[in-house]
Design a protein around this ligand. Sequence first.
Ligand code: MCA
Ligand code: AMP
Length: 513
Amino acid sequence: MNLYSLLEKGFPKDKKSCAIETHDGLYYSWGDLERATNMMANLLKDLQLPIGSRIAVQVEKSPEALFLYLATLKAGFVYLPLNTAYQASEIEYFIENANPDVVVCSSKNFSWVSKIAFKANTSHVFTLDDNRKGTLLDRSVFFGDKFKAVPRDDDDLAAILYTSGTTGRSKGAMLTHRNLGSNALVLKKFWGWKKGDVLLHALPIFHVHGLFVAAHGALINGSKMIWLPRLDTAQLIQHMPQSTIMMGVPTFYVRLLADKRFTKEVCKNMRLFISGSAPLLTETFTQFKKLTGQVILERYGMSETIMLVSNPYKGDRVGGSVGVPLPGVKVRVVNENNKTCDINEIGDIQVKGPNIFKGYWQMPEKTAEEFTRDGWFKTGDVGRWGGVTNSGRVPKNYLCIVGRSKDLIISGGYNVYPKEIESFIDDMDGVDESAVIGIPHPDFGEAVMAVVVPKDGVKLDVQKMINTLKSQIANFKVPKQIEITLSLPRNAMGKVQKNVLRQQYVETNSSKA
Ligand code: MCA
Ligand code: AMP
């Protein structure tokens, strides 16, 4: 079934009721949402694109950007969202790799994005801004506001999400209508979505968390969303008394707790706070409970799998654990011989279920590498069942994530692959080699740090290096700290010992503080 049709089943009968209320006081009814979606779907249909065409979108968050996503689904095409922080070289790679027929970008980026798109033989480039302007809307108004969803098979692609690669370039995770639909249905029930719920939405909508977990949840439940362009603590606090659910990365909770205006009174109407995308510190979990009386529900997922494991809505939510496998999802923890680990034994987390992606776009070998012979997807995360965290004993059917086997930094909920940053630094004049590591950060959980060895006799200018990186890669990937050193620690095999580096700089930074 077309995912749009599944979501639509949850829309309320009263089309005049509010679907989206924005931070600047605009109201979009469910009727407005449907009409705008239909006009855009008619425009896409009129382009006579081949079946399976990708629609690549790099725009600021707005209700119209959500309608464009819904229109893409409804018209039967494949949505490819791109982080607004991506720079030209990153966008060039995604467009060349995914070969979209349509690219939609902000008008401020039109000149460079369109150049990249037309070079890659994209036939149509539209603009869409966060102020209800852009050529996409200018063209859509000429189309009718009725549209019947194009039938899609469960296995047809609905979206491609690029995830950075531990080695080499990013891979496009192909998500089907079944993957997304099954997860949306499971989460609706598991998190007890109910009539009258209002979602406070401040996440970006170009990743799984903001789009497929948060927005899908509200859509399939016919719930109103309070739509904030980004995380702004003052705005969260202002709108929380009118909301019942919020989803955020741990930074949301850290920042709320640091704001004196955030009190128990502010959340008196809230029934659920959900955290994910990165580990929630048990200190944050505990402080939040102490201040508000509310227990944050932590869950775990990936771009390739959407949501996998969650603390229960009804039942114990355990700090330091991501909870139990969602209904229909199988999770196992295995040792290096692929044998199931005992309770409290650490191993690799592998998963199976209707939510697991179809594979990486045009990378069959990479896809094969990520699955075991018996069909389990290797998450690259390391964990255990049960055990003890600093907030107490964990039940034996609850999963704890203790680390990652993949060389990955998660900063403020965004993934950064050290290898990618190292390759940009190593290309700089005067650099011999580099190692990029994640170090603890009070706001982002982890921060990117680079340790760089200059070529003999070269004096590197750290600020200049940072400025160069800012022009090449998304700003959240740029190291917050660069340290120059004479050599990198290596093991007997010649491999850089990142754990040693991490330890060294965590100690140096804390003695400086
Ligand atoms: C912004 N900056 C960052 C980050 N975000 N640095 C490191 N990590 C970040 N995440 C830097 C900018 O480069 C800039 O630096 C400065 O901070 C201010 O930027 P600004 O945009 O104003 O930051 P912000 O608005 O405070 O944003 C922080 C944020 C945001 C709210 C944590 O990054 C965010 O919304 N993160 C959520 C990501 C997310 O949705 N992840 C889900 C992925 P300078 O001043 O030097 O330029 S989906 C997923 O992971 C799976 C499936 C799952 O389980 O959900
Ligand atoms: P992404 O590739 O952006 O989808 O990020 C997925 C990764 O985020 C997972 O493989 C985990 O490493 C991490 N992640 C998501 N949720 C959690 C969580 N609650 N605790 C720890 N790590 C998480």
